[in-house]
Every structure is written in C-alpha cells, then in structure tokens.
Write a protein that binds this ligand. Structure first.
Ligand code: ZN
Length: 991
C-alpha cells in the first residue's frame, strides 16, 4: 500500500544536497520544480478519516505539481518536510491527539518542518482503497476531523476548490513548485447537527455521478449527519396496529387492530397514496391517510419507538428499517458522543388530517393551518414527553412543513424536540411567499432557537423544477440566484440554526448549492468572494462574461416586477398561475408563459452575445469542458425553449378557441342509443398531438347533451390491427377539468372495451391519482375495420363550472407501435405529456345554460338578490323586482362562449294590465358600455300568476355581459312587483 514510488529515490538525493530550509520562514515548500520534498505520515493504525485524508492530499498535490508524495507509517522515513495526517506516536509527542478534540473539530498546525493535519475522528478503522468508495469513511454518525483538516489545508494553503461533484469541477493552479504559508488554525462548524445536499435530479441529470464521485463530493463538501435529521416516518404503527402487511418481513409485526390511533373520517375514500403503505395494503380503501394526533396512545407508541432506537435497537417499519428486513437488535442510530439524540417523527406527506371529535375541536380559537400546526406540535410534544419518560435523553425531531410551518403559539414544546423548518427560499423573489415564510421563520428563531436545535430544510429549485413537474416539461429559461442565496444563508447561519439540508437539481443550480454548503460549513465566509472565485477559477478569462450572465439572470428572475402584477395585489394572499397560492410553498409558479416573460428575446440575445465572448476566452481543456457543461446542461434548453415557445405562440394564434357545443337533444335518460347522432355536433378533424398539423386518421367524435347527460360517440375507420399492446398504448383518453388545472378527470377506453376512470389531484406538490366513478353508460363496438363506442356521462359527474356553462376538455388517441408521434388529439398539446399540456386543451360549452334566481344580483352591485317562494317558478323561487325602479335585477352571464344565442326570460307581474304600460328586460355589455339587446314587454302579456316566456334573439353575446330587468314605462300605484323565474340561453347552431 505505501510503496516508495520511483520519484522518491530522486527526492532523497535531491534534498540531501539542499540542506535545511524554511524552518524559520513563514512559507514551506512542499514540492520544488516537480521534485517532492515532503512525506505524508500516518499513524500505525490510522482512522479511515486520516487514511482518506492522506490519499486526498497525495492526489491533489500530484495534480497540482505532478509530484507524488509518499504516504508512510514509518516515523523514520527520510523526508525534509513531514505532513502528519491524524494522530501517531510523533503527533502525541508533539502534544496532539485525535482524542483531545471534540465533535468535528479540525486543526491545521505548522511547527518547523512539520505540518499537523488532525482532528476528532470517530473510531472508524479499516483500510481505505482510494478507488473503492465502499471503503471510504462512514457517512452517518461519524466525525472526520483529520480529513477536514486536509480539506482545510488543500483549500486555504494550496488553493484547491471543490466547486462541484464532477471531476473537472474541482479547480487548482498547476505549478511545479508548491509553497504554502504557515498557519495555526482550529475550526469547528457551528452547524453541528447535519449539513446535507440531496440531488433531486439524480435519475435524470445529463451528468450522472458514479458512486465514487458522489462519495467524494459528500466528503469534500463536508456533508454530515450527526443528529436531528428527519423525514416522514410513521409507517411502523400501521404494520403493528392497522393490519397485516403484505411484506413477509412486516406481516409478523401485526399485534392488534386499533383504528383510533389513525386519522378518522376517510373510510372507503382510498385516499392514501404513499407507496410504502400502498404496497403493503394494496386493496384497502380504508387505509387512513394520517395518524390521529390527539390520541395519547398514538403518542405513547412513537415515544416508545424513540426510546427503542435510543437504546441501540430498532423497529421493523421504523426509521431506516422501512422494509423490515433488518434485525431489531441492530443499532441503526448510534449516539454521537457529546451530541443530543432525536428520533425522527414526521406525519405523512398529506393534508388529510384526522377528523375525530378531539382532533377537530382542539384549539377552537384558531383557524386553518395555524390550528393544524398547533395540533401537530401538541402531538409531537406528547411523543417527546413519552420518550423522555421511557428513556431520559431520548428526544424527537420533526418538520415544520407547509401546513405546519406556522409557529404553534399555543403549545409549550418540551426541550427534547428538534424542529426542522422547510423553507422554499428559491421562491423568495415572490414578496408574498417571502413575507409569509419569513414571519414564521422569525417566530421560530426568536422563541425557540435558544431552547432547542432549530434546523432548516431548504429547496434550491429553479424554473426547471416547475417546467418538469408542473407544466408539461417545456424547455425553460433558467433561474440563477447565487448572490441572493448567499445573503440568505448568511442570515440563517447568523441566527444560530444548528443544521441545514437542501434539495437541489445539481445540473441547474450547482453554484447555488455550493455557496450554501460553504456557508453552512463556515458561516464566516463572504459569499460574494466565494462567487467571484468560482467564476475566475472555473472559466479563467471567460469568468467575467459568465458572471455577467448569472447577474443578468438573477436580476431578472429575482425581480417580482417581471411577474404578472395581479399576483402581488395583496401581499397576504399570494397568487400564481393557478390563482391563490399557498404562501408556505413555492413551486408551480413558473408556467411557460411566466418563464418566457423573463427569458425575453432581448435578454436571450444579450446572453448569447456574452456566451460568444466567453467561448472565445475559455482556454484550458477544463475551462472548455465547464463551459460546455453550462451549454449542454442549461443553455441549450433555453435556446430550444425560446424557439418552441415562439412557435407555440404562433400556433396558438391559429388554434385558440378550440371549442365545441354539443347539440341540444330531448331528454334521452342517459341512453346513448336513443340519441339522433345525425344532428349531433362534431369536434371536427383531430390533429397531430405533437405539432397541430393534419392527422390522417379517420376519427369522428360527435357530441350531444340533454338536461342531465353529456353524450359522446366515437368512430374510427380502419384503426390499426389490434396487437397485444398494453392498455395505455392503444386507447382513447378523455380529460375533463373545470379550468386548465388540476383536479383533472380522466376516462380511458381501449378497443377491447376495457375502461379506466381516474382523477388526478395535486397535494403537497405531488400529483395523486385516485379511482373515480363517472357513473357513465358505455357501449363499445369494435370490428376489424372500425371501432365505435358511445358514452353517456351524467352532467353532475363532470367538472362543469358553477353555472354549468362550460368545462375544459381534450381527447387523445394513442396508437400501438413504435412511433409515439402518431398520436392524434382534438386540441393539440405540442408534447407527449397529455396531462402536462392542459393549458392547451379545448372547451366544451353547454348548449343550454340556465340562470336561476340564485345567480341574480341586486341592481348593478354584486349583492345577492332577495328571492321569494313562488309555486309557479321552475324551482319554486323567483327574484322579485320593484317595477317602479330601474335596473333592479341583474344576472351576469359568466364565461360563456362568444356566439349567437336565443334568449328566453321567464317573467310575470302582479301589476294590473294597462294599455301602453311596459316593463323592460335587456342585456348589457359592460365592456362596450352599451345595451346589447332590449325588449319592451307589455305588462298585459305577463300579468298574472303564471310565468310567461319572453324571447329575444338571436343576440350575439360575450362573456361577462349581464341580463337586467328595468322598471315600468311609468309609475304604477298599487301592486307593482315583477317576478323573474329564470333566464335560458340556447346557443344557435353555427353555420
Ligand atoms: Zn384524531
């Protein structure tokens, strides 16, 4: 292992002729003109931390100088300068012993020609093979002070920078002579609980990491987990007290069914989607989506689990034994000497909380999430008290996450609780989101940071996250914010947080993650200096141009004035593309439209010019490779995205208002066989899903509606030959939603008559799919040269809007075979992700829209109209109008389709008939500020107890116009009320 390599022979000769040097000087020359003068000395039995340190030191000095330093355990090894890594007999003689340090402390100390790189190492011994990451120092509950001393030395003394996990993201200046300044520096990171970076793009990054690269990256960025980390962890109680798990390892855990430990009120809802539990209870529609937080036995259960782990055991289904395959005797969470112990308990990632009497009435003076947060922290506090009762020293760590980020003012949290706050700080350019999260953060820090470990879970996301997960995988303009994140991390660390972990898409946001990890390790660093160094070190002469690009993007991305102004009208009620946005969360803001309002053509051009400059200026192969990683990993997507968005804008111009109004049909009782399809409306020819061009398929979709059902008839001539493709590769899918957003209802049918019915919902940033029952009547008929099916769906099972005017919909035909691009749809979505293309779906307008008295307003205000019982009215009630006043009743038409309609009002009056006496009824257009249609109605025609149909039309109507009923043509003494039952719009068939 520690062979003397051949250049050492040269070294021995060389330094013998030089004599002593530099002992009195402030600088020590490790390698001169490519000749090593230094040996790395390890102890007899080094820790893995020290051993790894020696190998890393040797590796980087060789990269810098070309010289390979010997690693030796021989105290007499001939070398002029000795670097001791970890402790050994010689360091003990010099008064330095690993055991004298605490926590993660590391020391870099110069003494004459001796350099000591030493620190507190956990007793983790074993041979390290530099090529095999499985032999590297252990990650969890393991301190690596000696290795950290080496990194400290490499960074501060030798100028090495570990900017990222890829080999060429590490920088240094190659030189034949390496001299280092003498220092005496002892360092301990104040964030002693954990520092962790999770790359969320592990499975889809263009630059995947090998296990070794990942392990080196974690060590070089000084990531660690010593105590207090937490994630969702409530599984074992299901295996013990809900039912026998499917897994043979977990099934024996079942003791007895205790339903009241779990959330009440979700029986039969099939609402739990967590894969760990779903896999173990696959067909259980009663599986509760949460725990009961108020049941003292639930708290007792987890208090006990915490004590078991504290005592060195574990629980099948508990932390790090989710599959139950590990023996309960094994210690999975060793206690770190000198550090507290917290067992992670975080409820399910679901906002379906328990509805039992106690849970729903706790903290009655609080509302919404604030109440939920108090209920949750009362629960966690009860667990912590139970744990301490069982086992003094045992504590509980938990999250303050979305619904529970609110500081629980009414709960006195015991001291043995550690809290990790989840902050979506990447979206803090949004003033409403920032204010809301910062307010809660400040409360937690002010009230709790001195009493317990308060730690952070941050999210280093960018528009790429939203593009990928929320808006159909469009190619996006990037979002950079290294300077902003630097300021935020300075603030967090100066507030005394004890741990930090983050999620990141490394390919997009590696610099932001690097700045954060650096400051988390050493909060005294200056982020601006870190960033300046990054650009100069990584890109050489092109550093300035690259830095300007980051500045340009950060200034645009982090400026709320570049986002739709209506999002910021009320800072307490943040908005996003889907309307009101939960301020405790930050994703799903960067829709394609919003993103490309930032990546303007002008900004793209400016950045392209800077890139041209940078491309000329990068010199070394490493600089060129880093530049190419930026282009391939980030900028190519922006280039493609801008072009695709421009094409879409053009296409959307051609294809907007894809809409259909089903033909009105006499009531057919939900039987599609009774529909006269020759009179039904047609969707028109379907297009290619990908690009909106003409599709050769012979597909026809016809639609009709009666007062209770929507009817569809699909025919396809010469469909491809059936093969044994899976359902989803040969089917027609129908999607319906109220607006172009979730929830989205899906009905899918295959040629063999199989069907699937689902609803897609968004919950805590995860799309959940559940079974749905359209209660539809379905008839399919497939023969070799044609496929035909008919469907009748009750209107009440469709996501029509409140007045049943319209809904969003699209229909897709997926064909078997290799060419996925041969897909057809009614409205093209310009992508293969049907759900993600929702913003391009069409609209289905109902042929008949009825406005009942519940939609009437008083005068021109939005004040609801009083209505009165009226046995002759269609629904038993009618609006009542003082006929001596004008504009007494209005009724907004809502988001109807702009088209020609026949309009019918059902109206009567108790005024006596009189020649020439009229009242007026009309339609007003607030945009054009004019009356769109008006009809004087002779009182004699509508006088009496019966409502009379008054027709006017055809009238061209647009969204948001409204009906009004005006006053009599002259004042009437005596009875003067006008009663309005309803208005009905009948769309005229289009020519
Ligand atoms: Zn409950």
């Amino acid at each position: 292992m520690f062979r003397v390599r051949k250049h050492l022979m040269g070294m021995v000769v060389f330094f013998a002729s030089l004599g002593t040097l530099c002992s009195a000087e402030k600088e020590v020359t490790l390698v001169r003109d490519g000749i090593p003068r230094t040996a790395i000395v390890l102890g007899e039995k080094p820790t893995r931390s020290a051993h790894m340190g020696a190998l890393e030191l040797q590796h980087f000095i060789r990269l810098i100088t070309g010289a390979e330093l010997a690693i030796t355990r021989d105290a007499k090894y001939p070398a002029e300068i000795r670097i001791y890594v970890g402790d050994s007999a010689d360091t003990v003689k010099a008064g330095l012993k690993s055991g004298d340090f605490e926590g993660e402390t590391s020391l870099v100390k110069f003494s004459g020609n001796n350099i000591y790189l030493i620190g507190c190492d956990s007793p983790d011994y074993g041979k390290v093979d530099y090529k095999d990451s499985l032999t590297f120092p252990k990650f969890y509950f393991n301190t690596r002070g000696s290795l950290y001393a080496v990194y400290d030395f490499l960074e501060h003394q030798c100028g090495v920078r570990f900017y990222g996990p890829w080999e060429n993201s590490t920088t240094f200046k190659p030189r034949k002579t390496l001299s280092v300044k003498a220092v005496d520096r002892k360092f301990t990171s104040p964030l002693d609980a954990f520092r962790r970076v999770w790359d969320d793009d592990e499975t889809y990054s263009m630059f995947p990491l090998s296990a070794r690269e990942r392990a080196l990256w974690e060590l070089r960025w000084r990531m660690t987990e010593l105590y207090g980390s937490v994630n969702h962890n409530i599984y074992s109680i299901y295996f013990t007290h809900w039912g026998k798990a499917k897994s043979p390892y977990l099934a024996p855990c079942f003791l007895d069914k205790r339903e009241n430990l779990f959330a009440q009120g979700y029986k039969g809802t099939d609402s739990y989607n967590d894969p760990i539990l779903k896999d173990n209870y696959p067909d259980d529609p009663d599986l509760p989506p949460q725990l009961c937080f108020s049941n003292p036995d639930t708290a007792k259960y987890f208090g006990n689990e915490a004590a078991v782990y504290f005592n060195g055991g574990n629980v099948r289904g508990g932390w790090w034994n989710g599959k139950g395959t590990i023996s309960p005797e094994k210690c999975l969470t060793p206690r770190t000497p000198g550090k507290p112990f917290f067992y992670p308990v975080e409820p399910a990632d679901s906002n379906l909380f328990c509805k039992c009497g106690e849970c729903s009435t706790q903290f009655p003076d609080l509302k919404g999430d604030e109440r939920i947060s108090n209920v949750k922290f009362a629960f966690v506090s009860a667990i912590a008290r139970e744990a301490a009762k069982k086992q003094p020293g045992a504590g509980v760590s938990t999250l303050a996450y979305i619904q529970t980020l609110d500081y629980p003012k009414k709960v006195k949290i015991p001291d043995n609780v550690s809290v990790q706050l989840c902050l979506t700080h990447f979206a803090w350019w949004h003033p409403g989101i920032r204010k809301s999260q910062e307010e809660q953060y400040d409360l937690w820090i002010k009230n709790e940071a001195s009493r317990r470990p308060v730690t952070l879970w941050t999210y280093i996301f960018s528009p790429h996250w939203d593009a990928r997960r929320h808006f159909g995988k469009y190619n996006n303009f990037p979002g950079f914010y290294p300077w902003q994140i630097g300021k935020m991390m300075k603030k967090f660390t100066s507030d005394g947080i004890k741990g930090w972990s983050t999620e990141v898409e490394l390919q997009q946001s590696c610099l932001e993650a690097y700045v954060s990890a650096k400051i988390a390790f050493d909060p005294s660093l200056d982020p601006d200096k870190i960033i300046d160094e990054y650009f100069a070190d990584s890109f050489g002469k092109a550093g300035d141009a690259m830095k300007q690009i980051y500045r340009e993007v950060e200034n645009a991305y982090w400026n709320y004035r570049n986002y739709p102004p209506e999002w910021f009208k009320d800072i307490h009620k943040p908005y996003g593309p889907h309307g009101p946005h939960n301020p405790h969360w930050g994703t799903s803001l960067h829709s394609e439209e919003v993103n490309w309002a930032i990546g303007t053509p002008e900004r793209m051009k400016k950045i392209e010019e800077l890139l041209k400059e940078a491309e000329k200026q990068v010199e070394t192969p490493e600089e060129k490779a880093r530049f190419q990683r930026f282009i391939a990993g980030i900028w190519d997507r922006a280039r493609r995205g801008r072009v695709e968005y421009d094409v879409k804008l053009a296409n959307m111009g051609k294809t907007t208002n894809i809409a259909v109004t089903p033909a009105r049909h006499a009531d057919a009782g939900g039987d599609p066989g009774k529909i006269d399809w020759s009179k039904a409306a047609s969707t028109g020819a379907w297009k290619r899903t990908m690009d909106g061009t003409a599709h050769p398929s012979q597909i026809q979709m016809r639609m009709a509606a009666d007062s209770k059902f929507l009817y569809l008839k699909y025919t396809e001539q010469n469909p491809p030959k059936w093969d044994d493709s899976s359902f989803w590769n040969n089917c027609v899918e129908l999607y319906f939603s109220e607006l172009p957003m979730l929830p989205l209802f899906q009905f899918a049918v295959s040629p063999d008559g199989e069907k699937k019915e689902l609803v897609h919902k968004m919950e805590n940033d995860v799309v959940r799919m559940e079974k749905y029952d359209f209660k539809a009547k379905f008839i399919s008929h497939a023969v070799p040269d044609s496929w035909e099916w008919m469907l009748a769906i009750p209107l009440e099972r469709l996501p029509l809007d409140g007045k049943r005017i319209a809904m969003t919909a699209d229909f897709f035909r997926t064909y078997p075979g290799k060419d996925a691009r041969r897909r057809a749809s009614w409205a093209p979505v310009y992508g293969l992700d049907y759900r993600g293309g929702i913003s391009r779906y069409g609209r289905i307008f109902m042929p008949v829209v009825e406005y009942q008295d519940s939609s009437f307003s008083f005068g021109r205000s939005n004040k609801p109209m009083d209505n009165t019982p009226d046995p002759k009215a269609s629904d038993g009630r009618a609006g009542i109008v003082d006929g001596n006043k004008g504009w007494t009743l209005t009724c907004s038409l809502g988001p109807i389709e702009k088209a020609q309609y026949n309009v019918t009002a059902y109206i009567r009056t108790d005024a006596l008939p009189e020649d020439g006496l009229t009242t007026r009824c009309g339609i007003y257009d607030p945009e054009g500020k004019q009356i769109a249609g008006v009809k004087p109605i002779p009182v004699k025609d509508i006088s009496g107890d019966d409502f009379k149909a008054v027709s006017f039309g055809p009238v061209t109507l647009s969204p948001n116009m409204y009906f009004y009923v005006g006053g009599f043509s002259k004042k009437v003494s005596g009875k003067n009320s006008v009663y309005v039952d309803r208005f009905i719009l009948n769309k005229m068939p289009s020519k």
